[in-house]
Design a protein around this ligand. Structure first.
Ligand code: MG
Length: 336
């Protein structure tokens, strides 16, 4: 087996702001594995808030290439365990795991969802509304009319005005994501209005380490389900979440690929946690493996590719607000 890796820059169609930053582009790492005349491809966006970069992901893969290249590409567990033993560079591992699943699916002539015993359907995706002025937010909500759920990024000065504008403009389910930007005090003040607006869930309201605030918010009556994103990366983090929140946001770039993501989902179910499947700002090549397992999730947030100025890969379908895998073998995604 031959392993090749590279980095790529993806430009966003519009500025994208969340509580901690604004961005205009996303850097990703891409992997190709070639064996027996077939190529499998994968991609992931390094988790910047954990200190991963496209450059560090690439260096990690270059270091591990000789060991990976000796392996059998069907040995997904063994390769995953070998590259994951230090628990770092999750995006690099996710790109590799995606590429191996793509290769295996192509080799067997089946889509990854079938390989995993799943179905090619999923709940509708939410579409993300970044932090903006109330008028800008209203405009973004209006333009997102094709989606039945909106994820509104909050944690700015005008959260309530913006949410009210979204509610006026759209009948979609509203999910909020504060990206660690609230305090328990601010959440307490906002909660009655969030309930009135009918907010469906609250994602990562507080810093990941501030479990007391999570518990404090959860105790308040009528609090919507609380989802942990920045505080839950891989299987090792799932059990703790059951002690302070209601659900996890599983992202392949945090988990290290579709294989670990499926393990996280099963662990969450055993603990009574609900499951969102999410993504970073990535192309269809990175979103596809998540779409192949999205039938296992309660909530889907797979819109990263829809935020890009240009789409370097095609094959995923967007049907009636659902992001669905194609019928082709492997990840079912090809270069545009
Ligand atoms: Mg989030």
């Amino acid at each position: 087996m031959e392993l090749r890796a590279e980095t790529a820059d993806l430009a966003l169609a519009e500025d994208f702001a969340i509580a901690r930053m604004t961005r205009t582009a996303s850097q990703v790492v891409r992997v190709e594995v070639e064996h027996d005349g077939l190529v499998g491809r994968g991609e992931a966006a390094p988790i910047y808030y954990r200190g991963e970069t496209a450059a560090s992901a690439l260096a990690f893969l270059e270091d591990l290439a000789p060991e990976v290249e000796e392996g059998d590409p069907f040995a997904l567990e063994r390769i995953g365990a070998a590259v994951g033993r230090e628990g770092r560079e999750a995006a690099a591992r996710a790109a590799l795991d995606g590429a191996l699943h793509d290769w295996v699916g192509r080799r067997l002539g089946v889509p990854v969802w079938r390989l995993l015993g799943l179905e090619p359907d999923a709940p509708p995706t939410s579409y993300t509304i970044g932090i903006d002025s109330p008028d800008g937010t209203r405009d973004r909500a209006r333009r997102a009319g094709a989606f039945s759920a909106l994820k509104v990024k909050v944690g700015g000065a005008e959260d309530l005005e913006r949410l009210a504008a979204v509610r006026e403009e759209s009948g979609a389910a509203i999910r909020v994501d504060a990206n660690e930007g609230w305090t328990l005090e601010s959440a307490r003040e906002l909660l009655p209005s969030l309930v009135e607006i009918g907010v469906e869930l609250i994602e990562q309201p507080f810093p990941a380490a501030d479990m007391d605030s999570f518990r404090g918010l959860r105790e308040l009556s009528q609090c919507p389900p609380i989802v942990v994103d920045e505080g839950c990366h891989d299987l090792r983090d799932v059990a703790a979440v059951a002690g302070y929140a209601d659900a996890i946001n599983v992202k392949l770039a945090k988990a290290g690929g579709p294989r670990e993501a499926v393990r996280m989902i099963h662990a969450a179910r055993a603990l009574g946690l609900a499951v969102m499947i999410g993504c970073m700002v990535e192309s269809q090549l990175a979103i596809a493996p998540a779409a192949h397992i999205a039938s296992l999730a309660d909530w889907v947030d797979l819109d990263g590719h829809l935020l890009l100025a240009d789409e370097p890969f095609i094959g995923l379908r967007l049907e009636d607000g659902h992001v669905l895998p194609g019928d082709g073998p492997g990840l079912g995604v090809e270069a545009a």
